[in-house]
Design a protein. Structure first.
Length: 391
């Protein structure tokens, strides 16, 4: 049980966004506690652990975290036709997600942050000069006081609203299992109505003799995933399921209020996720890097008003808002596409000029808005050339 100390800041949630925020705050000389409801950071995990090569480099992640580099992937059409998309350089990595979470927490602790595990924060209130967090550990309630709180609780739960933020209104659900598999050596992305409304499935090479297969869609995720597992088993691609199904909600679109008096939100808790793929690790880490210096300066200045902390909201919006809005619009478009059209679009990958264009000029793994617009214009031109007289 933590003592009566008033912390400079408490960070609720020991995921990547929370741990990174805590590390930067502690590096700035602040007395920080990370409060995590699970007994161990990183567990249980629901996540595939794919991050871009850019994210891997930016956060100086060690090679020991890499399970698989990703330089190519197989895109499957609704009928099951596969097309391999190969890039010149490694685009992303499948990482050991629990080990990555532990690494970010260890970095925060080396910088001086304290980790309080098995402790749920049920409420946060602003006292006028700081915050009070109502916490619970093994049935015992207690209060943790601090100058400020960081909400890094991932998506869902009531805490962001209780703390004065709001939650993204729209969501997807993702579900994944670990399966036995020997012949899976490339990431596969599967498309079509069989994966639910606007959904897609994946099969990812993982640890020796194992693969991850999962699915992300609007609703009925677990049922679609069961069908997907049965299909892959019937095709002889995978063996038995090794671990329980894990499902989690994924926000589509960012919150509109991400700061309050004494409080900032980071990561999934405020919807900083790519709405197309559901990937949120990198955006969460970037939000931590924007939030922590502004929060630290506000603590040193003794001014934790929402109006001062609003500088953080301006910064994350400058960096991420266009990406998230474009991703949301793309998702809305994809959700309208019938299988027949997706199948036709997939066939365009058989046209050599178009495939080269896709490989050479497709948007980067993380940043789509600028490159995507010029890419779509070129794609339109190539498609017109490949299909004269159509339309
Ligand atoms: C099936 C699936 C696959 C995914 N695959 C990828 C992927 O490959 N790449 C990618 O970038 N993203 C992926 N994501 C998304 C990714 O998991 C999230 O974007 C990322 O984990 C968000 O990080 P975070 O630190 O904001 O929150 P989280 O990682 O969710 O961490 C929040 C932490 O807060 C703790 N917590 C919550 N409430 C409280 C409370 N009240 N008190 C105390 N502790 C609390 C939780 O226990 C948790 O440890 C996937 C998501 C799903 C569902």
């Amino acid at each position: 049980m933590p003592n009566e100390t008033t912390y400079d800041a408490i960070v609720v949630g020991a995921g990547p966004a929370g741990a990174r925020t805590a590390a930067v705050l502690a590096q700035r000389g602040l007395h920080v506690a990370i409060v995590e409801r699970n007994p161990e950071p990183g567990y249980p995990t629901h996540c595939t652990g794919i991050v871009s090569a850019e994210c891997f480099k930016h956060y100086e992640l060690p090679e020991s975290l890499i399970i698989q580099p990703i330089q190519s992937f197989v895109l499957r059409s609704p009928s099951g036709r596969g097309a391999t998309v190969q890039r010149k350089a490694i685009q992303a990595y499948v990482l050991d997600r629990p080990a990555m979470d532990r690494l970010f927490v260890e970095r925060a602790m080396s910088a001086g942050a304290e980790l309080i595990t098995s402790t749920n924060v049920a409420d946060i209130t602003w006292t006028g000069t700081g915050i009070e967090a109502q916490a619970d550990r093994a049935g015992t309630s207690f209060t943790i006081s601090a100058h400020a709180a960081v909400i890094a609780t991932g998506f869902g739960g009531k805490l962001p609203r209780k703390a004065g933020l709001d939650a993204p209104g729209d969501l997807l659900s993702g579900c994944q299992v670990v399966v036995e598999a020997t012949g899976v050596d490339e990431l596969e992305v599967m498309t079509g109505q069989a994966y639910g409304e606007g959904g897609f499935g994946w099969l990812v090479p993982w640890k020796p003799g194992l693969a991850l297969t999962g699915l992300m869609t609007r609703r009925g995720t677990m049922n679609y995933l069961r069908d997907q597992v049965a299909r892959l088993q019937a095709e002889g691609r995978i063996g038995t399921v090794r671990e329980a199904y894990r499902c989690r909600a994924i926000p589509i679109g960012a919150s509109s209020h991400t700061v309050a008096n004494g409080v900032v939100g980071v990561g999934d808790a405020i919807g900083l996720v790519k709405p197309t793929s559901g990937g949120g690790i990198y955006f969460g880490l970037l939000s931590a890097d924007l939030a922590a210096p502004i929060l630290a300066d506000a603590i040193w200045a003794g001014d934790l008003s929402a109006s001062r902390l609003a500088a953080y909201e301006i910064e994350w919006r400058n960096l991420l808002d266009a990406e998230i809005k474009l991703g949301k619009a793309l998702r809305a478009l994809i959700e309208q596409l019938p299988d027949s059209l997706v199948e036709q679009m997939h066939r365009l990958l058989g046209v050599p000029g178009l495939k080269r264009l896709l490989v050479r000029e497709a948007p980067s793994f993380d940043w789509h808005s600028g490159p995507l617009i010029s890419f779509l214009a070129k794609l339109q031109q190539k498609t017109d050339e490949a299909t004269p007289g159509v339309g």
